[in-house]
Design a protein around this ligand. Structure first.
Ligand code: ZN
Length: 297
């Protein structure tokens, strides 16, 4: 069947691909805790050196760019969150946690959440299915061993989601995933027509710092959006979530957003959201647990 061209597929084939992982029930609650009008979920994908390691690890320059995330980025993020008294979620490849165990222990000690983010930022669809399963299981054990906390959520590296990813997440007993795109607000994941009870906290490239700021020295990829414009996009995404009574979820990277010319975007956004007065800042795990309980899944 797989040697057929897509235009030759039977309806069963193309329908089967679409049905494998689907958005089910909308889980936007009638109200948020404390009478808040919307929920804000700040997340940081702590890739550090793993992007370059996944690509072969030959570029010392790119490895040092990853180390910036640990040396300059994470302290800046953690001190801002402490000052603002906000809890956030950090998605951590196991290799990052092995490189920087003290950093991850500090994240947990300061009350933040740590979630799964692959072993070495591998691309799930490029890994054999049984190997992918083994890597997720090993990553969960590694993060738990280092931080003392078992992760309850996963953000797949590069938001790449294979045919077996959801099954492995269910085997791990995860509360939620945060790698898919089917809505603005939380929803229940459906696997092959079966409701799973697992919560999806949807992401979007629009609400990701990397797409606006990333660059590659040897390719045409260059940052194309000025910081003011990135702030404007993020603020409008937040304002829309506030209007709708929904979820504002932002994905950032310690080696991307924390530069002196950029970090004001996060600080200003937090001030803007706090200025509304009735916004619930929470970790992904707290939000997933809340919407799941409200929906009585
Ligand atoms: Zn990542």
């Amino acid at each position: 069947m797989d040697d057929l061209e897509p235009w030759q597929w039977s309806e069963e084939t193309w329908r089967g691909k679409v049905e494998r992982v689907r958005a089910g029930r909308n889980l936007k609650p009638k109200s948020w805790p404390g009478g808040a009008r919307c929920a804000v979920a700040l997340s940081f994908d702590v890739d550090h050196e793993t992007n370059e390691l996944r690509d072969g690890g030959k570029s010392v320059g790119r490895l040092s760019w990853g180390q910036y995330g640990n040396r300059a980025g994470m302290p800046r993020i953690l001190s801002m969150l402490a000052k603002e008294d906000i809890k956030a979620s950090f998605f951590v490849p196991a290799v990052t946690a092995l490189l920087y165990p003290d950093e991850q222990r500090r994240v947990v000690a300061e009350g933040h959440e740590i979630g799964l983010h692959g072993w070495i930022h591998e691309v799930n669809t490029a890994v054999p299915p049984d190997k992918e399963r083994e890597l997720h299981l090993r990553s969960a054990d590694t993060l738990e061993r280092i931080t003392g906390v078992r992760p309850v959520g996963m953000r797949t590296p590069s938001w790449d989601f294979s045919e077996v990813t959801l099954a492995v997440e269910r085997e791990l007993g995860l509360l939620y995933d945060s790698s898919l795109f089917a809505d603005d607000d939380p929803y229940e994941l459906i696997e092959n027509g079966e409701p799973t009870g697992m919560v999806e906290l949807p992401v979007e490239w629009i609400r990701d710092d990397a797409v606006y700021f990333n660059m590659n020295r040897f390719q045409a990829l260059r940052p194309y959006t000025p910081p003011e414009a990135v702030f404007d996009i993020f603020r409008r995404e937040f304002d829309g979530a506030y209007e709708d009574g929904g979820l504002f979820l932002l994905t950032m990277h310690p080696h991307v957003i924390t530069y002196r010319s950029r970090f004001w975007i996060v600080e200003e956004l937090v001030r803007h959201a706090k200025g509304k007065g009735d916004v619930w800042f929470a970790t992904h795990a707290e939000i997933a647990a809340y919407v799941k309980a409200q929906a009585e899944l």
